[in-house]
Unconditional design. Structure first.
Lengths: 336, 336
């Protein structure tokens, strides 16, 4: 399988995040990169497709904000990474405020999504990595791995959150449509609901979004990912949420994945995008499923058996010691 | 002047808050209490008016949340004070989620408003202190000081933020109407815009809300307090925002206060409520006006000259060393 990465993505190194009211080292660490790189000996460099495919998914003012957020923070004499901490409660109008603190609150929905000096560079190249992978998929029809980082699936059209800034998988999905695909499906198998992706395509029937994830009444992102969120307008029926209880093992997960596969077969998309998180892993430090390393191969095989041109985009996974093995196990399911 | 306080209010002692991405000791400290108590030798204890007047202003589910938030957080095995950190970005429906983290995000709009073990007790009695003061005003017509704490003017009908949980001034305003007043005005002279009070009465013409504050395009709470927010529906024209630039001295402040006084004279309310913050003070550590201690007496005199039955509710003010003197200077303006 071809695998893509851009070293720019390592430049994003957020320092700390809030946990129980204390600041702890950020879980989405650059060490995750080395863990995955070790199992990808033939990593190819991402190409540059420019801003256009990004602007097809994200609002221009949000992208502009992301690009300058760290500089604006630093120019205001503020130390460390740009840290959002105040938010316009539901119902406030989207004022064009210039103060960086107000902008951080406008565009973020949590305090875990810091803008560090290298963040823009990293997220730009994370999107390019997905686009480079997509090009390979569209050309060859072969399953391809875009080693995206930081994660993207929590980022909406105009918001960041959940360690996510630009939604690389959504950007690739949109680009697939612009490159000749008539329909695309996104099958999100990260531990957390892919709320950004859901929101971006919520009103559309040309992109089917499916997410298997921890029950959001117990786990982040809480406010999205519930079963009654099925899409709206033309998109009604084109969003499928499959939440599972904490402690879910592969046997129970498999049944939900089978339901997702069935929906995918009925939809028969031209291209499949798989945001893959290894945080469903039993030893993940911030998540609570019980998937074992070998299960990832079975999981991938079920998806590979669909026989669809498939782009896999890296999302979460924070058990750094076993992260490479889990990614390798998943990718092996496509080669077997 | 009669002055009221409840010792329950000292039980709210939030530990830390975010500043530049680091945790620092919380500015709304219990030391503020001692600083003010020193200048109030004849402090009387607040009476208990029960929950009814609180529920006339705040939603029942929000009050219920506040009451149990710390216990829910602690029962979930979480250390320290309940600390909000993830928020439903604009447009998410108000789900009835049980997980304390999701509820904190639902009801808070920032990360500075922790729920500590004594918070409910303190905010309940802060409201009772305002109600006790109001009763004295309604009975005697004399200006009265309700030493409320923590601050309240950033709290809306169903949200907390800006160190504020229950809006004592708004609760007193509503109670004034229920006690026979036909119209009430709120004149907020804290450094920060009184966004909660504005929101609570935004659609009504029986409560005129006026706020003099730092320009929200530069200062907290950013998303509220702009000049074009004039009220809506029946309340259109009954909200007046008078933002001022950082560095504003008494001479410039006085001109804005004169405009507020003029509007108050035209409205001729039966009762006036004054949320008073001493954070307009030149040495305030988190604010940026240049009001001097003696100016507070001039400020109060302009308000006292209206000759209205007036309840003063304590809000912010974080220069602890001079806080007592500033409060005393303000209250002296009513006695002179």
């Amino acid at each position: 399988m071809r695998t893509f990465y851009s070293d720019h993505q390592s430049r994003h190194a957020p320092s700390v995040e809030l946990q129980n009211g204390a600041l702890v080292p950020h879980a989405e660490s650059a060490e995750r990169v080395d863990a995955i790189k070790r199992v990808l000996p033939r990593l190819e460099a991402a190409k540059d497709f420019g801003l256009d495919p990004i602007l097809a998914v994200h609002d221009a003012d949000y992208v502009d904000f992301l690009r300058r957020a760290y500089t604006d923070w630093a120019s205001a004499g503020r130390p460390g990474d740009a840290f959002p901490y105040v938010f316009p409660i539901r119902g406030r109008r989207p004022l064009n405020l210039k103060r960086i603190d107000a902008e951080l609150g406008r565009y973020a929905y949590d305090c875990g999504t810091l803008v560090a000096p290298g963040t823009w560079d990293a997220v730009y190249w994370s999107a390019q990595t997905a686009l480079t992978g997509l090009e390979a998929v569209m050309t060859s029809g072969e399953a391809t791995f875009a080693f995206c980082r930081p994660p993207g699936h929590h980022a909406g059209r105009d918001y960041m959150g959940g360690y996510s800034y630009l939604n690389a998988a959504a950007i690739a999905a949109e680009q697939a449509l612009r490159s000749g695909a008539e329909t695309v499906a996104v099958l999100d198998v990260d531990y957390h609901h892919g709320n950004g992706t859901q929101d971006i395509f919520y009103g559309r029937n040309d992109v089917l979004t499916i997410s298997l994830h921890a029950d959001p009444s117990m786990d982040y992102p809480f406010y999205w990912g519930h079963v009654d969120e099925t899409g709206q307008d033309a998109g009604d029926g084109y969003n499928l949420n499959l939440p599972m209880a904490r402690g879910t093992e592969w046997s129970a997960y498999k049944a939900q994945l089978a339901a997702a596969i069935e929906r995918l077969q009925a939809f028969a998309p031209d291209v499949l995008i798989v945001p893959f998180g290894a945080d469903t892993y039993i030893k993940d430090p911030i998540s609570f499923f019980a998937i074992e390393t070998a299960d990832y191969t079975s999981m991938a095989r079920m998806i590979a058996d669909l026989g669809l041109p498939t782009l896999i985009c890296m999302e979460g996974g924070y058990a750094v010691d076993d992260l490479g093995a889990n990614v390798a196990a998943f990718l092996n399911g496509f080669s077997a």
